[in-house]
Design a protein around this ligand. Structure first.
Ligand code: NAI
Length: 729
């Protein structure tokens, strides 16, 4: 667990947890930590203690297994005293050792995250190996928690509130060089030998080290009652200046949906007014409120466990050997093709980028060229590497250049005939093992595969715009798509470091179909006479990144029109009878308001000013005398998306609820605090969800009506993630 040695009167505790890829906080490491620390503290020959690691990383934070157990527990039933003691135990020992009278130095040889960095904060001095890949930080807030082993108290006391608060709230991770600049560490070392020597030197020079918030009284190290926080205390004018607007800004950003960020602010505000011993108790109390809150549980489930598994390729058929994809062909060098070329080349693959002419293909190559230039100017990449990446992209007009490609990604115009033509033209040059993927956003894959000689090697690979920023890829299985094609596609997605979810074929697949319900419900609400500002604010207050009308404008109203017209042709449901269809039809056919692209949509886009809601909306759709509450509007917008996702699962478009959760957050920004769309339904509770859906359906239409299966689940007390969690308990 910990390798213990003494050199020149200095104890060296090197974390080395057997059976774990990384050092982590759990009951075993806790026991080993106190055993070894007590040994060092009690040994009168030991003058100081260095804490380091034998693994590549220093310490990764909480143990996943322990976190899973914590998730499964019903904390509301716990005895408060026992629960407090258990949550406080790391805090208690860190405090004990920082005041034990011996200098402590953290020798940070790799990642120090969460609890790992809190160990460093307990130490009086921190030295890190200068490796730009190393990450240092307290990322807990990103999964709905707070740093619960003193992080919220020690960091602001060290570097001041102004720097510490955003760092804590956002859960940033920084390199050792940046950590030094920010004051998170004291010193950089070029190699492990230098680091050890520097640690020993510091101990020799600081035999009576203590934390700045402590003082010595009668031979004992105790907390100062009045510690001067760098940059100003809470009560100082500077402190007030920081905290008041800070709280307002936080509210503006989070809309009150993220309890962790609020708890962190409270920890800082309350904790910094009292001595350290009490401050850490305040922190633990807030930590416990987060354990009892479904938000942390949901965020951890999806953003931590599920995402990690998806990124490791959990959906990949296990019995198919991995393919190392070396050469990718991209058809269409437009907006999407250019982005796909960039991410593929960046991952080291050879890319053939084809368009109708060499000029068009070269034009597509400008996009990666510009992005690479930016990376170089920002110091993120050197010139040589950037040139190397760009050289991997071969712009062409010839289909025969696709020879030798392992994977083709088609991104030509959204037109069935054209897609069929390029499929056939390209396949003539491909080997039998090559997989053909289409980046279509709307056309069913099974239909497109009919043009292919090898429909089993035909698959949907749906990227999101802008490709270089959006982390998700929705992989679509056609009726005949083979496990081999899926495995190879997942190998590719993992190589470009994006998160794959796998869905079955259907109109709009999963993501476009559910996202479309958000915009169409918003448009519908506005057309019923709900104030457009209320509709927009309800969207953002519910946690969506932008209001439904705003996003409808950005995506383009004429695109929605085209999709609806296609649906009319394919299903026979007239556009006027589709939700929001008559508004969309009017906007495109009569008003020629296409959205942001022609500066006229639900908003106006003046050349020299900020966009504003088009006043004509209020004339076309007069306001209802009595406006619904914002809570009702939020519910309507979120429930509408959620029932569509439930249908996707029941129809087999989605293969499991977890993919639905991941996809909803990463593809269209369903609020992360919910843990994704199915976790949202669980959080509402199925019985309540069904009841509220019935009410919404009675008022607004059958699109809200719960399915029979959902009713059964509610009656049986089931939930979407319940079984998994019960198994964990
Ligand atoms: P785009 O219009 O920017 O680019 C299409 C490109 O295909 C053009 O450069 C065109 O010259 C080229 N092209 C036409 N015929 C060709 C041929 N025979 N051989 C090679 N290239 C040919 O379109 P965009 O936005 O890049 O979309 C491409 C595909 O990606 C469409 O199927 C679209 O539905 C889909 N998609 C688009 C998203 C978006 O946000 N724009 C998101 C996800 C998918």
């Amino acid at each position: 667990m910990i390798d213990y040695s003494v050199e020149e009167g200095i104890a060296i505790l090197a974390w080395n947890m057997e059976g774990y890829p990384q050092n982590v906080m759990n009951d075993h490491s806790y026991a080993a930590f106190i055993e070894n620390m007590d040994k060092a503290v009690q040994d009168s020959q030991v003058k100081g203690i260095i804490i380091s690691s034998k693994k590549d990383s220093f310490f990764a934070g909480a143990d996943l297994k322990m976190m899973r157990e914590m998730l499964a527990k019903d904390h509301s039933q716990e005895d408060p005293k026992t629960a407090f003691e258990s949550a406080f135990k790391w805090n208690a020992v860190f405090r004990k050792y920082e005041t034990a009278g011996k200098p402590l130095v953290a020798a940070i040889n790799g990642h120090a995250l969460g609890g790992g960095y809190e160990i460093c904060l307990m130490c009086h001095y921190r030295i890190a190996l200068n490796n730009p890949k190393t990450q240092i930080g307290l990322p807990e807030a990103q999964i709905g928690l707070l740093p619960g082993a003193g992080g919220t108290q020690r960091l602001p006391r060290l570097i001041g509130m102004e720097k510490a608060v955003p760092f804590l709230l956002e859960g940033q991770k920084v390199s050792p060089a940046d950590a030094l600049k920010m004051g998170l560490i004291h010193e950089l070392a070029a190699n492990p030998e230098d680091m050890l020597a520097a640690a020993k030197k510091w101990i020799a020079a600081n035999p009576k080290a203590m934390q700045p918030w402590d003082e010595e009284k009668k031979g004992q190290i105790v907390a100062r009652t009045h510690y001067k926080v760098p940059g100003g205390n809470i009560q100082s004018p500077k402190g007030a200046q920081l905290l008041m607007p800070g709280t307002a800004l936080l509210w503006d950003k989070s809309k009150g949906n993220y309890p962790a960020q609020r708890a962190i602010m409270n920890c800082v505000y309350e904790g910094l007014q009292v001595p350290m011993d009490l401050a850490i108790k305040i922190e633990t109390r807030y930590f416990m409120t987060l354990l009892q809150n479904p938000v942390a549980k949901n965020m951890i489930r999806t953003l931590f466990f599920a995402m990690q598994e998806a990124n490791k390729g959990i959906a990949r058929p296990k019995d198919v050997p991995a393919t190392d994809i070396k050469k990718v062909g991209i058809l269409g060098a437009g907006m999407m093709g250019a982005g796909i070329a960039y991410v593929s080349a960046l991952a080291g693959m050879q890319v053939v980028l084809k368009d109708v002419s060499v000029e068009s293909a070269e034009k597509g190559k400008d996009y990666p060229r510009d992005l690479l230039k930016k990376s170089v100017s920002r110091g993120k990449m050197n010139q040589e590497k950037a040139e190397g990446v760009l050289a991997l992209i071969h712009a062409t007009e010839k289909a025969e250049d696709m020879k030798g490609c392992d994977l083709i990604i088609e991104a030509v115009f959204e037109n069935r005939e054209l897609k069929a033509k390029v499929t056939q033209e390209t396949e003539a040059f491909l080997s039998e093992n090559a997989v053909f993927g289409s980046n279509t956003s709307t056309l069913p894959i099974t239909g497109l595969a009919e043009a292919s000689q090898r429909p089993d090697n035909f698959i949907g690979i749906h990227f999101f715009s802008p490709v270089d920023k959006m982390p998700l890829v929705e992989i679509i299985m056609g009726e005949k798509t083979s496990a081999y094609a899926l495995a190879l596609t997942i190998d590719y997605v993992m190589k470009i470091r994006k998160t794959p979810i796998v869905v079955n074929d259907s109109r709009g697949f999963y993501t476009s179909r559910c996202f479309g319900t958000y915009t169409s419900e918003g448009i519908q609400m506005m057309s019923e006479g709900i104030h457009p500002s209320l509709v927009e604010r309800a969207g953002t207050m519910a946690g969506m990144p932008v209001g439904p009308l705003d996003v409808a404008d950005a995506v383009a109203i004429d695109l929605a029109y085209k999709v609806m017209k296609q649906a009319e042709a394919d299903t026979g449901v007239k556009i006027e009878n589709q939700p929001s269809g008559s508004v969309v039809k009017k906007f495109v056919e009569e008003l020629e308001r296409f959205g942001k692209k022609n500066k006229k949509g639900f908003y106006e886009y003046p050349d020299n000013g900020k966009k504003f809601i088009w006043p004509g909306l209020l004339e076309l759709y007069p306001l209802q005398a009595e406006q619904p509450s914002v809570e009702e509007c939020k519910k309507r917008l979120l429930h509408r998306q959620a029932i569509e996702a439930v249908r996707c699962l029941e129809e087999g478009v989605l293969r499991n609820a977890t993919d639905g959760d991941i996809g909803s957050i990463l593809a269209w920004g369903f609020p992360p605090y919910t843990g994704g769309i199915f976790s949202y339904v669980d959080m509402v509770g199925l019985a309540t969800f069904v009841k509220e859906l019935d009410e919404l359906a009675d008022q607004h239409g059958e699109r809200f009506r719960p399915t029979e299966r959902l009713r059964e689940m509610a009656a049986n007390g089931e939930s979407f993630h319940g079984v998994k969690e019960a198994a964990l308990a």
